[in-house]
Design a protein around this ligand. Structure first.
Ligand SMILES: Cc1ncc(COP(=O)(O)O)c(C=O)c1O
Length: 371
């Protein structure tokens, strides 16, 4: 088989995204306006939360989630370490303390409800969960714990658009949830995010904070020339209409993209079962998931990664655990399963247009190095 050049991710773009951007440019309104409004309406419809608020990225959405949940200086927030740093940074932005929890097991890389319960103190105010790779955290147990100890749950659902848990969409369980539209996500707009909630007060507060605390938007003022007031020092966490118009096209494609990713996962599972030394997390999960990434566990991970790169296969690691990064040293806790999994963790290419011949090439290349 000849040399392939297989990236980790391929953008699912065509003429429709280009035309959407052109139409927005020609409309003469490119910053936050009607496209953002339309996107928010559509997003809340498909996820099933009452309110959605488009933002500049998921990091700003997470910040809004922590602020609206009333998390303050000195409060403790339980969170995973096996996540992207933004999950944890959102806790630090308000002076709260991240308390890292371990993952469930080598086959379930999501936050452990047992460890959550062990680490609750009188200062604990919230739990931020992250649905790793689009597979659900144990929401039944986590919501039960949250009710027992009166904790707020925030869902970092960056990996999980349209993923389901017991027939219900992820991102609808907590007091709020956050999505990312970063380039390599299921919905790609370059930069972008979405804050979702069923709580009107959270939505109103987040909307104010998103745009400097100003009581009206520039688009509103265009129509009625009304005066405005500032109701609190907010931020500029807005999305623009150029990106919203891309997101609207991406939303139309989302179901099909996820269907194709599910097929890719099935093929990976089929061919990888022949390699005993490769372990596949979430292997028995059998529902509707976003399949944002495809993680595996292998011995000598760095050597395997180098070999695959030589064969033209791009891989990644999701993630170097946050408690192992120098900025977070102060919050270090022993997380044996997280550390163990990290030492073997490797992300293989995953996108809807990944071909059968490419999947076979990836699996064969993997077999060559691990055997
Ligand atoms: C789990 C997780 N949380 C938060 C983020 C931050 O998203 P953004 O880059 O849109 O700020 C990402 C994206 O990389 C992510 O994967």
């Amino acid at each position: 088989m000849g040399r392939f050049n297989i990236p980790l991710f391929k953008l699912n773009y065509d003429k429709n995204e280009e035309n959407a951007v052109l139409r927005t440019m020609k409309s003469q309104w490119i910053s936050s306006g009607p496209k953002v409004n339309k996107l928010e309406k559509k997003f809340s419809e498909i996820i099933g939360t009452r309110y959605s608020l488009a933002t500049s990225n998921c990091t700003s959405s997470l910040h809004l989630a922590v602020l609206t949940a009333g998390i303050k200086y000195g409060d403790e927030v339980l969170c995973p370490s096996l996540t992207f740093v933004a999950t944890v940074n959102s806790i630090l932005y308000v002076g709260a303390v991240p308390v890292f929890c371990d993952i469930k097991s080598e086959s379930e890389l999501t936050i452990s409800p047992d460890d959550i319960e062990r680490k609750i103190t009188s200062k604990t105010k919230a739990i931020i969960v992250m649905h790793y790779a689009g597979f659900p955290c144990d929401m039944k147990r986590i919501m039960k714990i949250s009710r027992k100890y009166k904790l707020k749950v925030i869902e970092d659902a960056c990996h999980a658009p349209l993923s389901e848990y017991q027939g219900r969409k992820l991102g609808t369980f907590g007091v709020s949830s956050c999505y990312s539209f970063y380039s390599n996500k299921n919905i790609s707009t370059g930069e972008g995010g979405m804050f979702n909630t069923n709580i009107k007060q959270y939505f109103q507060q987040a909307k104010l904070l998103r745009s400097h605390g100003i009581s009206t938007t520039s688009f509103d003022r265009l129509k009625d020339s009304k005066d405005y007031n500032v109701l609190g020092a907010g931020y500029n966490y807005r999305m623009d209409d150029l990106r919203a118009s891309i997101a609207l096209v991406q939303l139309e494609k989302l179901k099909m993209d996820i269907y194709r990713r599910a097929k890719v996962r099935k093929l990976y599972l089929k061919y990888l079962t022949n390699i005993n030394s490769v372990k596949i997390p979430f292997v028995n999960y059998d529902g509707n998931y976003s399949n944002y990434i495809f993680p595996i566990l292998v011995q000598n991970r760095d050597q395997v990664r180098k070999y695959l790169l030589k064969k033209g296969i791009q891989t990644s690691i999701h993630y170097k655990p946050v408690h192992r990064l120098s900025t977070y040293e102060k919050y270090y806790l022993e997380l044996p399963l997280t550390d163990l999994v990290y030492s073997k963790l490797l992300t293989l290419p995953m996108y809807g247009s990944l071909k059968l011949v490419e999947i076979k090439y990836i699996v064969n290349s993997l077999a060559e190095i691990v055997k």
